[in-house]
Each structure stands twice: as C-alpha cells, then as structure tokens.
Design a protein around this ligand. Structure first.
Ligand code: GLN
Length: 486
C-alpha cells in the first residue's frame, strides 16, 4: 500500500475510494492472517462503514483530513467502545469496553479506518508476542521468528502491509523493539505527550502510546493526530502539538548545527557483531550527512533493566488487582466462596508471565522489602535520568542500537525469562527517564532480518528525532525493502 500522503492524494483526486483502499487492506489481512496472526479481531464491518462515511464526505465536496480513509491497526490494549479489548489475556476474553480511549477517539474523529485490534504479549508484558493467551504473531521477514513485542501484532501488520500505520504502547521498549525486529519505524513519545485514558494500565509511570509506520513521515503524521492534552489523564502535558511531518527536510542540518551522541555503554559485550557493524555504519552515515558525532558515557544506563524489573512489576501488581472476577471479564465458574472465586479467577485467567510479575511486584512492595527493592529502584531511576540530563548538555540527540540482536526463533527464549528481559537493555532507560525514543530501519543481517537504529531525544523534542530519522531514511533505501511472505 502507498504512503499516507499518496493515499490522501488519490482520495481527494477521486482516483480511488476509501472503500477500495479499506477493501485492499482487508483482502491482504484475509490472505496473510493464517500465516501471520497479527490481529486478534478484524473489524471488517466497522471499517467499511467508516470508509463509506469518508467517501460520502468526499462526494459532498467536504474537506477531509490527512488520515481520513487510511487503514490503521490498534493494539488490543486500547479500549474501543463496543469492540472486544482483550489485552491478549483470558481474563478479558469477553470484555467489550463501554467507552472509547482518547487515542482511538481522536483517530475516529480524524476519519482513520480501524481494520482491527492487533496481537500483543498479555497485558503488554513481554518482548515477542509469545505471551499472548491466544496465539503468537510471526515475523513477516521470517515466519519462524518472533516479530518482537509487546506490540508485535502492530509492527508485523505494518511491515506486512496489512494496514498503513498502527498504534502500539511502550512501557520498556514495546514499540521500538518490534519496530526494529520488523523493519518499520516506531516512536515512543515523551511521557505525557499522548493521553493514556483508555489504555489498559500496565506500569502507569512508564506506559506511553505511540505510532508505527513504514516511513518516518507516516509515523510523524500519526503522532500529530494522537498527541495532545487530555483532562481525562492527570499526567497529560499541556503543550502545543506541532505538525511533525510538515517540517521534515532531507537536509540533516536544515535546522542548524546537530550534535549526535553515541552512547558508549551500548556497544560491546552482549551486542551482536552484525548489529554493531550496521549501527556503526548508520552513525557514519549521519556524520557524512553533516552531524557532529560525539562519544557519550551514560554509566548508569546498564542499571535500567534491574530497576525496571522492580518498578514495572510493582506498578503492575497494583494495576492488575482490579481483575478479580467481579468487575471485568472472566470469572471462574466453580468457586464456592468469595475468596476462592478471586483466587481461581486470577489463577486461571492470568498467564505465567503476568503471574510472575504480580508476584515480583507484590513482594517488592511488601513491608520490609519496600526500601530494599522498590525505593532503591526509584533512586536508580533518578540516577539514570541524571545521566541523560548530563548527556544532553553536550549533544542534541543520542544514538545507539534499538535491540542488541535481530529477531529470534519462536520458542527460543520461552523458558528463560531473564534472557528475554535483557533484550530491553537499550530501550528501558528511555522509559525510566520519560524521554522520546524512535527506532528507524538501518540495515539487515545475513539472514535478511531487519536492524534498527535508536534515536533518543530531549523531552518533547520528537520533532528533532523525526527530522534526524527522516534525513537518514531519505539517504538510504532500507525502508523500500519489503518482506516476501510465502
Ligand atoms: N519487554 C518489556 C517487558 O516485558 C517491555 C514491555 C512494554 O514496553 N510494554 O516489560
């Protein structure tokens, strides 16, 4: 499928209708889903209805917005009124939200056409979609491999052209990591830029919703549409939202001098050599485009994983207390009293990884351990933030690999949660500090698997990240390669 801008042109010139574009996406979904499983629910009826409404507007001579008639996938942890929202969990199997999340409401208002709800790791906990209670999504570049996670369905759907763009959420890397594994662009915005109202909470101080696209421009257009202050989210920032796509220039220095800091600690042990070489080349490319390259040290970066895996499960243990069989979704049928109803509902409704995190979080927050674990982790979080603040005194943007490896085989890391947690090494610190981060395709390994370059920005400097990523993308051809799915 074409880019958002191309499709928009076709629509307003009446070369194609929104129904035709939507049907093309639905046909592709139908053809590919038996192999990919990117979606948990396909919303064909609603999508065609939305597309017809866009066509009616065009026929009536009304102006349409840039996203009108554009097929989009939505991660299944965003509440969509009247449409199942399962979080890929058994516990929300039959949950149909009575309300709309702010982000999906904004998209509805923009005329974007939701083609379905995408697969994820249960409650967004994981990095491969293997923790989905329903099925695992395949990587479009190699069906025997994972697409990454937790927003693996969204990344795979975009890479496979089942939709033009998609929405994901990122608590410790869940947009950037699958973007890297699937060869698409993914952005985690500054904490508070996008409303979390209606996003099923995992770790509230870290969760952010963000866009996926096959190009930097598509991703930028989508972020402008979903960002903005929302009184329904108390952590939502009151800031003006720029048109991120409007100012994009192929000239890297279009906005003046640009200093890029390469995070020293992200290179070396544990990093696949092909990822190291590829990302190094990408940084050389940025230099040849005119960026000044500086080597920067963030010594506390490596404590991100241990502190995240205390903070995120702690918040999750509190957030997931609401699934008790009374208010939402699944209730164990065979309980004989209230307590056994709670325990049976939660024992059978949650999967292994979710239960592991609830237990870790409950333990870390309990009296006697709180200071040793939770409080300590919060202090480390502050130190990591300080590392970034210091780095940003010297440079404008930071660069490093998005993930230390390319996509791994389905099942390869299933039995070893720690090896899975370590994949988040380079994405987690960005969430802990609340900063914006973006992954842009920067090459392929010998097996033809995509590799991502991560760019990290100052608070609310998404514009700068998009600009750097755009100039880089326009000077390469990586984004033009497409997976051949057979
Ligand atoms: N992989 C990380 C985890 O399992 C990140 C998840 C996320 O960003 N939602 O927690």
């Amino acid at each position: 499928m074409a880019s958002i801008r191309e499709l928009h042109e076709q629509l307003i010139k009446k070369e194609r209708s929104a129904v035709e574009i939507t049907q093309e996406a639905l046909d592709r979904i139908q053809a590919l889903e038996p192999k990919l499983h990117s979606f948990l629910h396909v919303t064909a009826q609603q999508a065609l209805e939305q597309a017809r409404a866009v066509d009616a507007k065009i026929a009536a001579g009304e102006e349409i917005g840039i996203l009108a008639g554009i097929p989009i996938g939505i991660k299944d942890n965003l509440c969509t009124k009247g449409i199942p929202t399962t979080c890929a969990s058994q516990i929300l199997k039959n949950f149909v939200p009575p309300y709309e999340s702010t982000v999906t409401q904004k998209l509805l208002d923009s005329g974007a056409v939701m083609v379905g709800k995408t697969n994820l790791d249960e409650f967004a906990m994981g990095g491969s979609t293997e923790n989905s209670a329903y099925y695992t999504t395949a990587n479009p570049w190699d069906l025997s491999r994972v697409p990454g996670g937790s927003s693996g369905g969204s990344a795979a759907a975009v890479a496979a052209d089942e939709c033009v763009v998609a929405i994901g959420s990122d608590t410790g890397g869940s947009i950037r990591q699958p973007a890297s594994f699937c060869g698409v662009v993914g952005m985690k915005p500054t904490y508070g830029l996008v409303s979390r109202y209606g996003l099923v909470a995992f770790a509230s101080s870290l969760d952010q919703i963000g866009p996926f696209g096959r190009s930097v421009e598509d991703t930028a257009i989508l972020l402008s549409a979903i960002a903005g202050h929302d009184p329904k989210d108390s952590t939502s920032l009151k800031v003006p939202i720029p048109d991120y796509a409007a100012g994009l220039k192929p000239d890297l220095k279009a906005r003046g001098r640009l200093r890029i800091g390469v995070i020293k600690e992200t290179f070396g042990e544990g990093l696949d050599s092909v990822v190291e070489q590829t990302v190094t080349k990408a940084i050389d490319q940025l230099q040849s485009l005119g960026a000044e390259i500086h080597i920067i040290s963030c010594p506390r970066f490596r404590y991100g994983v241990p502190s995240y895996y205390i903070i995120a499960p702690s918040e999750a243990s509190a957030n997931l207390a609401r699934y008790d069989g009374v208010k939402y979704g699944y209730r164990a049928p065979d309980a004989d009293n209230l307590l056994s109803m709670y325990t049976r509902t939660r024992s059978t409704g949650f999967g292994t990884e979710v239960k592991r995190r609830i237990m870790i979080g409950t333990y870390a927050l309990s009296a006697g351990y709180y200071d040793a674990y939770y409080l300590k982790a919060q202090k480390v979080r502050t130190l990591i933030k300080q590392d970034f603040e210091k780095a940003f005194e010297q440079v404008d943007v930071l660069a490093c690999p998005t993930v230390p490896t390319t996509a791994f085989k389905t099942g390869e890391k299933n039995t070893d949660p720690l090896s899975m947690y370590l994949l988040d090494l380079m994405t987690i610190p960005v969430n802990l500090a609340g900063l914006p981060g973006l992954s842009v395709p920067c090459g392929f390994d010998d097996n033809g698997l995509p590799i991502g370059l991560q760019l990290i920005g100052k608070v609310l400097r998404e514009d700068q990240l998009f600009q750097v990523a755009y100039a880089y993308e326009q000077s390469t051809t990586w984004h033009l390669r497409q997976p051949q799915i057979s």
